[in-house]
Design a protein around this ligand. Structure first.
Ligand SMILES: [Zn+2]
Length: 459
């Protein structure tokens, strides 16, 4: 049983070992038991590295200043051992800026540096590589475009060669409807999600460029066959895999669901492509007790980054079940699809590193990737998101992707089974549930691009 001392306000489910445990002892079950034992001490707030008093719910405070300091450091020099990160330069910018933004920092001071760092990574043939001289990749292009959207301003938005981006993305479209992550690279739901994020934010034409190879197979637009491709990625478990026939995974689930919500209204596209009941069953099984956090796959350990990858699936599913809301008076019929309390306890109790930065789980080092995605998950817990009949984009494609609104999650949502266990001072900024940047950053980029149509894009 738990050896940690208990706080009166912490429910037993977050203090005790699970009632039902696997009787077959394997390396997997041993690792799981070990992880639970470590987490229980942090969930009780009684580990020696945890500072400060617990709040009235028995939850540690958000170490806002320490995390901000950690993120500023993450944008400075790295020792030689980190050379492999040279292929992730746009990601390092995105993770740090996104997390700083969630924490309430003004990003305008980073604008010039972000622009000068990102400029050399754009290839004349379109898209952004992970570092200087590297070929363009969907993931690094996604991170670069989102970083530029976050810092904003004419210079940042203007530096993207949208015409070349459109042509490059055209080379990635495949005959079966899916999209590869780079030319000749693997085809998976990351490619689909990143490409649709870029196309919808930059207001690129949906038609494939004339030279796109997929045209030879009868495809004419980026979305041809895409819903069907995503549908084939749902597995027998109900989760979503990276590509048809592989294992269901939390990060791919988010990519696929967010892509479906860009392609149309969630209540239309999600049930059209997915068995929603089976998907709910799989997603629900990703949250563990007593830890409270999410694991990414069946029989895996809880990990802070899935606070976003799995956690951010919930508002999308909820929106699919609730349908389009009136922007002024949303009426959610569906509540508590997951334990917001449990996720809050895991993030604030188990993921905060004593010197700043957030981590996968106790015993791991923090990094900017986990800092970004645990905080994104915390923000998702703290805000109720819904899509509406009122879009920031009045005409053109994907208007429903820009119709998402939010309000702070309040105790009154459901006082009995899922209360806010964080203090008001620990509430983060809300992020757009599809673009994972501030709402206003996504809307500004799209509106700016819509005012500057590509000259000869359709020729
Ligand atoms: Zn992780």
């Amino acid at each position: 049983m738990a050896s940690a001392s208990s706080h009166a306000a912490i429910p037993a489910v977050f203090q005790e070992l699970p009632v039902i445990r696997d009787t077959l002892i394997t390396e997997t079950t041993e690792l799981q038991t070990e992880t639970v034992s470590k987490c229980l001490i942090f969930l009780a707030g009684s580990h020696s590295s945890q500072k400060g008093p617990l709040n009235r719910h028995g939850v540690p405070a958000l170490m806002r200043d320490e995390h901000i300091g950690y993120l500023y450091d993450s944008l400075e020099d790295y020792p030689p051992g980190f050379v492999a990160m040279d292929a992730s330069r746009p990601w390092m910018i995105y993770w740090a800026l996104a997390a700083l933004s969630l924490l309430g920092e003004d990003l305008s001071r980073h604008r010039d540096r972000a622009i000068s760092t990102i400029i050399p990574m754009q290839n004349p043939t379109g898209g952004f590589g992970g570092g200087h001289g590297q070929i363009s990749h969907c993931a690094s292009s996604y991170a670069a475009v989102l970083s530029l959207a976050m810092v904003g301003g004419e210079e940042a938005l203007n530096l993207i060669d949208r015409q070349a981006m459109w042509k490059w993305l055209g080379t990635l479209k495949q005959p079966d409807g899916g999209i590869t992550v780079f030319e000749g690279g693997e085809e998976d739901v990351r490619g689909a999600y990143c490409a649709m994020v870029i196309i919808s934010l930059l207001n690129l034409p949906l038609t494939l460029p004339p030279e796109a190879k997929a045209r030879e197979y009868g495809l004419e637009t980026f979305t041809d066959g895409l819903l069907e491709y995503l549908s084939r990625c749902q597995t027998f478990e109900g989760g979503i895999s990276g590509s048809p026939g592989s294992e269901a995974h939390g990060a791919y689930a988010f990519c696929a669901l967010a892509c479906l919500c860009i392609l149309g209204e969630p209540e239309v596209t999600i049930p059209k492509c997915m068995d929603v009941q089976l998907l709910l069953s799989w997603l629900s099984a990703r949250q563990y007790a007593p830890e409270g956090g999410f694991a990414g796959r069946t029989n895996k350990l809880v990990d802070g980054c899935y606070s976003h990858w799995v956690g951010s699936c919930w508002p999308l599913i909820q929106s699919a079940l609730d349908g389009t809301q009136d922007a002024a008076s949303p009426q959610s019929a569906v509540r508590n699809l997951y334990s917001r309390e449990g996720l809050t306890r895991y993030i604030l109790g188990c993921c905060q590193s004593k010197n700043g930065g957030l981590r996968d789980k106790p015993g791991k080092h923090p990094d900017s990737y986990h800092t970004c995605y645990t905080l994104t998950g915390l923000s998702s817990v703290q805000h109720y998101h819904y899509h509406t009949n009122s879009s920031a984009v009045l005409d053109g494609q994907f208007s429903s992707a820009f119709s998402w609104k939010y309000r702070p999650a309040r105790d009154s949502d459901d006082k009995i089974s899922d209360i806010n266990v964080f203090d008001e001072k620990d509430r983060l900024k809300a992020f757009h549930p599809l673009y994972v940047i501030p709402h206003e950053a996504a809307e500004s980029m799209r509106i700016w691009c819509a005012q500057k149509p590509l000259g000869n894009a359709r020729e």
